[in-house]
Design a protein around this ligand. Structure first.
Ligand SMILES: *Cc1c(COP(=O)(O)O)cnc(C)c1O
Length: 379
């Protein structure tokens, strides 16, 4: 089945009691049993919920996986993956990943004796060199947030697999419409469903997709034991969002391309980060592993001052100044003071994230209106 069809039909069965075409929001905490331990597969809603099950079935299908689990947020999904580990284990991860992932790793998990090794994963040989006998997990985000760095998923999987190291990929930026890491050899895909999967900026949720049954059982055990499960209303919203993922991503990509090229020609813009440019260092890999280049763009102004960046950030009208991304509406963000403020300044600068960097999540409005808005703001 082609992706656009899958996005609409994945996980959806008419409701058995009424035939409702949309899976109902099963707003219940428990299920009545006929006799002790005689039930219909549903005991208590932290462990199972029919709306969540429909969504988890859909999640698996849209990432070409066998299994999937839904979590109350993207970071809760990441948290569950790290809980597979034990003190003394090492994790190799990218040095410019999502700020909240970095915070979870350094501020929450380091104190439990898990070691995180931050490297530039765009160079596959760095991953090879960082592997030790204690490496249990490689955590990759591609393209990265906000510098749009691209890592080669298949090449990293080829390093991880023979050594039985798990490879997890944060696929939030690309979405399943543009990139499917399980097909490239990853063991776990993580999504902040809050972004493109939901698509309408109205819900927080996370997802994990995988092929291995034992891995699914371990993660399911963590999901029900730690309890970071989404409510049924949130599951319903994501199920609804996924239906339009195909058309939305097409529009995000078209607008992204137009705006990246327009920004690049703007006399006041110094540098534009977008993996669809042929001279982007990750272009060849992006072209190989992604179907298109997405609607996330970052740029720096020639006037490299925080004040000038803040002036532009406060001057747009269609681009809303907000954290988050992936909604139908365009958003503008200042990583240094917003999404990535939890990363110390020296770390940020070292990794190429300047104080004046501006990040755009290009929505699906008319591109002419978006350009007019940016043009007025940049001045
Ligand atoms: C937002 C985001 C997360 C965290 O997800 P939440 O749903 O906000 O918890 C993780 N990774 C990336 C790339 C993100 O953009």
């Amino acid at each position: 089945m082609k992706p656009a069809t899958k996005f609409i039909h994945a996980g959806m069965e008419p409701d058995p009691s009424t035939g409702a075409i949309m899976t109902p929001i099963y707003q219940t905490s428990t299920y009545v049993q006929e006799a002790p331990a005689k039930h219909k597969g549903y005991e208590y809603a932290r462990s199972q919920n029919p709306t969540r099950k429909a969504l988890e079935d859909a999640y698996a299908i849209i990432e070409n996986g066998k299994y999937a689990l839904a979590f109350s947020s993207g970071v809760a999904a990441t948290d569950a993956v790290i809980k597979l580990l034990e003190p003394g284990d090492e994790v190799i991860c990218a040095n410019d990943m999502y700020g909240g992932t970095y915070r979870l790793f350094t501020k929450v998990f380091e104190k439990f004796g898990i070691k995180f090794v931050y490297i530039d994963t765009t160079k596959t040989e760095n991953v090879q060199h960082a592997v030790t006998g204690k490496t249990k997990l490689i955590w990759v985000e591609t393209p990265t947030n906000p510098l749009m760095n691209v890592s080669d998923i298949a090449a990293i999987a080829a390093i991880a697999k023979p050594k039985n190291i798990l490879l997890a990929v944060d696929n939030t930026f690309a979405s399943p419409a543009l990139q499917n890491p399980l097909d490239l050899g990853a063991d776990i895909v993580m999504h902040s469903a809050t972004k493109y999967l939901g698509g309408h900026s109205d819900v927080i949720q996370g997802a994990l997709m995988m092929n291995d049954k034992d891995l699914r059982e371990e993660l399911y055990f963590i999901q029900k034991s730690c309890g970071a499960v989404p409510g049924p209303m949130d599951c319903f919203l994501i199920l609804r969002g996924i239906k339009t993922l195909g058309v939305r991503m097409k529009a995000h990509c078209e607008n992204g391309k137009i705006i990246a090229n327009w920004l690049r020609k703007h006399p006041k813009v110094a540098k534009v980060y977008w993996p669809g440019f042929e001279d982007h260092p990750g272009y060849a890999v992006a072209k190989k592993q992604m179907k298109d280049f997405g609607g996330m763009i970052s740029f720096e102004l020639k006037n490299d001052s925080v004040d000038e960046a803040k002036r532009v950030l406060s001057s747009t009208h269609l681009f809303s100044l907000a954290e988050s991304l992936g909604g139908v509406e365009s958003m503008i963000n200042h990583p240094a003071s917003m999404t990535h403020a939890s990363i110390p300044r020296e770390e940020r600068i070292k990794n190429g994230l300047s104080d004046s960097l501006i990040r755009l999540s290009v929505g699906i409005e008319d591109a002419d209106d978006l350009i007019e808005d940016l043009n007025k703001a940049i001045g």
